[in-house]
Design a protein around this ligand. Structure first.
Ligand code: GUN
Ligand code: ZN
Length: 426
């Protein structure tokens, strides 16, 4: 089929101050899909001559854009999102751990997985990197549901053997064995990838972190995800549990879980040594803006990390985050940088949440843009989908302005259609 409309995607990062040459925008475009993949892109008038027998789906004045990639979220927190009044450590104790305990049930895991995938898709997210609960069943449920949609899912069982309720704890040995079993079952099956997932240093004993490093070593194509330097109390507690280490990142580094496949959620309060380790190892600092505002965690040092050439990701962190929408997430990222006297360019933000996150995963040949041969993971954005945006769009003159309106005023209601691997799902 051919999708007709205003086609927009990124070719490269470009310069953050002047990203003009880093994207392709075709006002009257045609995007050609065969099976699961994108096979061509160009001016509609030319494309239709080349593919005369293809079905044309006209998206009119809407923007045809790559599906969003959410680099960090928590599937067992569908019922935790929007929980009142606490910061990180108390929030985990009061809301998160009790809810995650329910995922011992296979049926509950399946029910929630269905809801979670539905929420992602309806918000235009076509690739997700997700934490599951400590239970193997939660991982099976999520990968099964993602596989039904042929969606790219990167996920793993949290390894946690201390400082949480007993019914949420594994042991170093069971977490090692369960992770190994889940890797054999799911890694590189359908569009799934496994992420080795020590939750964070507070809930992992030194022995467990060491085994996470061993798993990373023996499974060199798996990702690694964890949390780092989110909140001041968390950092203080962490360093008291690991007194021999020079800083938070040092704990992960010495245990062998910091490399180019590592996704470090939050990464807010970093010292210069940690920043230089990020730079050298090519680990990814994953920004979680709505969560950082909601839990009062801190203001991500975007400019400093960007200028230090650190690989950066962006994500919702649902349920600490308050929205499944990457548009809302970009809006929050912009507002956080305003506190730091830095105005994040909307073109960079849209790059970041698609091709940028794809590059952070090393998957830029498969997702994140309309490069020929990529999976046809596509969303259709309507910039005038509610009264506020519709009226504001009356005076909009440039694409950059339109993107900024979409991220500031848009949300789930801006997503008109979603295709995953060429199949219309919304
Ligand atoms: N640190 C450890 N676990 C979590 C979690 O579930 N959410 C957030 N935001 N931070 C964490
Ligand atoms: Zn998180």
């Amino acid at each position: 089929m051919i999708l007709k409309g205003r086609i927009f995607h990124f070719l490269d990062k470009g310069n953050i101050d002047n990203p003009e040459n880093s994207f392709e925008y075709i006002e009257k475009g045609g995007l050609v899909i065969s099976g699961e993949k994108i096979i061509d892109i160009g001016e509609f008038n030319k494309i239709i001559l080349q593919y005369p027998n293809y079905e044309v789906i006209d998206h009119k004045n809407n923007i045809i854009f790559p599906g969003f990639i959410d680099l960090h979220n928590h599937f067992p927190q569908v019922q935790v999102i929007g929980s009142y009044g606490t910061q990180l450590l108390e929030w985990l104790r009061k809301y998160t751990f009790p809810e995650e305990s329910k995922f011992i049930s296979k049926d509950y895991s399946k029910q929630q997985a269905k809801k979670f995938i539905k929420l992602l898709i309806s918000n235009g997210t076509t690739t997700s990197v997700s934490f599951c609960s400590v239970h193997k069943e939660s991982v099976n449920a999520l990968f099964e549901e993602a596989s039904k949609k042929n969606m790219c899912m990167i996920a793993g069982k949290v390894m946690m053997d201390r400082n949480a309720p007993k019914n949420l704890l594994d042991t170093p040995q069971t977490s090692f064995q369960d992770t190994q079993d889940l890797i054999s079952k799911w890694h590189k099956k359908n569009r799934n990838f496994y992420a080795i997932t020590p939750r964070f240093a507070i809930t992992s004993s030194p022995e467990q972190l060491k085994l996470a490093g061993d798993l990373s070593n023996s499974n060199p194509t798996c990702y690694i995800q964890t949390h780092l330097s989110e909140n001041r109390d968390e950092i203080e507690y962490t360093l008291s549990l690991y007194p021999k280490f020079t800083h938070y990142l040092d704990i992960y580094l010495k245990n062998g879980i910091v490399n180019e496949r590592s996704l470090m959620g939050h990464s807010i309060h970093l010292n210069d040594d940690e920043i230089s380790i990020f730079n050298q190892t090519r680990a990814v600092a994953v920004h979680c803006p709505t969560s950082n505002l909601f839990l009062g965690s801190g203001l991500f040092p975007f400019e400093k990390l960007y200028n230090s050439n650190v690989k950066l990701g962006i994500s919702t962190d649902v349920g600490g985050g308050t929205s499944y929408s990457m548009l809302n997430t970009l809006d929050a990222a912009y507002k956080i940088q305003q506190f730091r006297n830095f105005s994040l360019n909307p073109k960079y933000s849209f790059y970041w949440s698609t091709l940028g996150n794809a590059k952070s995963l090393g998957l830029e040949d498969e997702i994140g843009s309309f490069k020929k041969g990529s999976f046809a993971d596509i969303i259709v954005l309507d910039s005038s989908s509610d009264m506020v945006s519709k009226i504001r769009m009356e005076t909009c003159e440039t694409l950059a302005e339109e993107l900024f309106i979409l991220q500031t005023l848009g949300g789930a209601h801006s997503i008109k259609s979603v295709y995953i691997a060429g199949k219309l799902l919304l």
